[in-house]
Write a protein that binds this ligand. Structure first.
Ligand code: FAD
Length: 353
């Protein structure tokens, strides 16, 4: 049986950031990824400001700076300048660069290898892999994403995520958010003339129509500005990418010695905040540092302290965004109290570890 001190399950942003941070600390790790990497995934491709310094330190250069946010709800439109500039980049590019840094720095990444069984034994954690290998881990970092893997609760998927790239759209340095009954759409520029478009909808919205594209086209027709983009654009992906999305919130399971849950496996924040990747980066870094001095308890306490309120604000914004009537009301309040939009933006950011 192969023995490793640090084993990371899942090569998403959280898993690779943990591996990169361990590499920076001079620790060797093995990352086990069930699928191919990178692969197209449903994601808004917005990068919150607080994770940019870490990404840059691993040679990842975001494609665009994002300075402004525009919100649309029915006939209402509000714009505000972000208190700190954010960024955007195609996630395939970001993930490829994260993986490159890891491999250049000695991280072993096993692709197409699933962890099929996991047990705690006296000497450590024993992992059975889909390729028949058995691995013993001293410290286990679980970064398996939002789909339940090693948690006990049965999966439920109240939402669906839908994404495409649309070409021929010039959004410059802004993100645009559109509210619908039971759904919202976000657009962000990812290069000179391409925007990433992502939709988060209640699952029943998709059940009522024949395809994800029909759903998005139906929504887009409700806003002339948005409709114009689609009228003159071509798609980056021939088929719209879709994914099931479970309920958002804290999932951090009970404490096991030398086990660290990170990224969406620890808790997922609604996409309206655009902060999921920043959470994955910060929890990856924090888990790597705590694992390097064997402090799973400290990690868990810090994670919960950091994200308890952060998640609540994210959930509040998410509930508001699913109702244009409430968004209109919120936009009116923000117009009367200009500092409120900055306050809400900052409340839904991850405090960097
Ligand atoms: C619709 C939508 C839009 C979003 N938009 C944004 C945005 O604009 N900005 C932002 O910051 N965040 C956004 N997010 C959130 C963001 O995408 C996630 O928070 C982030 O990707 C989480 O990264 P992760 O590494 O935790 O998980 P993942 O990226 O899901 O990675 C988990 C990995 O673990 C692997 N895995 C799982 N189980 C096993 C196993 N048993 N064995 C081996 N490997 C395994 C999977 O194959 C996968 O590669 C969005 C989310 C949604 C749903």
């Amino acid at each position: 049986m192969l023995k490793e001190e640090f084993v990371i399950i899942g090569a998403g942003v959280a898993g690779l950031c943990a591996a990169n941070r361990l590499a920076d600390l001079g620790k060797h790790s093995v990352v086990i990824e069930g699928g191919e990497y990178p692969v197209p995934k449903v994601c808004g491709e917005f990068l919150s400001p607080e994770c940019l310094d870490y990404l840059r330190s691993w040679d990842i250069k975001p494609a665009r700076e994002i300075k402004d946010a525009h919100f649309y709800a029915g006939s209402h439109h509000m714009h505000f300048t972000l208190p700190i500039s954010a960024a955007s980049m195609p996630h395939m590019q970001r993930d490829r660069q994260l993986l490159d840094y890891a491999q250049r720095n000695g991280v072993d990444v096993l692709l197409h290898t699933k962890v099929v069984d996991l047990r705690r034994e006296r000497e450590g954690y024993v992992l059975h892999l889909s390729n028949g290998q058995v691995l013993q881990a001293g410290h286990l970092l679980i970064a398996t994403g939002r789909l339940p893997q090693f948690h006990s609760s049965p999966p439920q998927f109240p939402y669906v995520g839908i994404k495409n790239h649309i070409k021929g759209v010039h959004l410059k340095n802004r993100i645009e958010m559109y509210a619908f009954q039971g759904a919202y759409i976000g657009l962000v520029a990812i290069d000179e003339d391409t925007a990433n478009v992502v939709c988060l909808a209640e699952r029943n919205q998709l059940e009522r129509v024949e395809s994800a594209e029909t759903l998005v086209r139906g929504l887009v027709g409700q806003y002339p500005t948005l409709y114009q983009y689609f009228e003159k654009s071509t798609y980056g992906y021939s088929e719209w990418l879709t994914c099931k999305v479970p309920a958002f919130g804290i999932k951090m399971p009970s404490l096991e010695p030398r086990v660290y849950f990170l990224g969406d496996a620890a808790g997922s924040i609604p996409p309206v905040t655009g902060d999921g990747v920043a959470m994955a980066v910060s929890s990856g870094v924090m888990a790597a540092e705590c694992a390097s001095y064997d402090d799973a308890k400290g990690y868990r306490t810090r994670w919960l302290k950091q994200h308890h309120k952060h998640m609540r604000w994210g959930q509040l914004l998410h509930r508001i965004m699913l109702s244009p009537r409430q968004v209109k009301c919120a936009l009116r309040i923000c117009a009367s109290f200009p500092k409120l939009s900055n306050f809400l933006f900052l409340k839904t950011r991850t405090k960097l570890y």
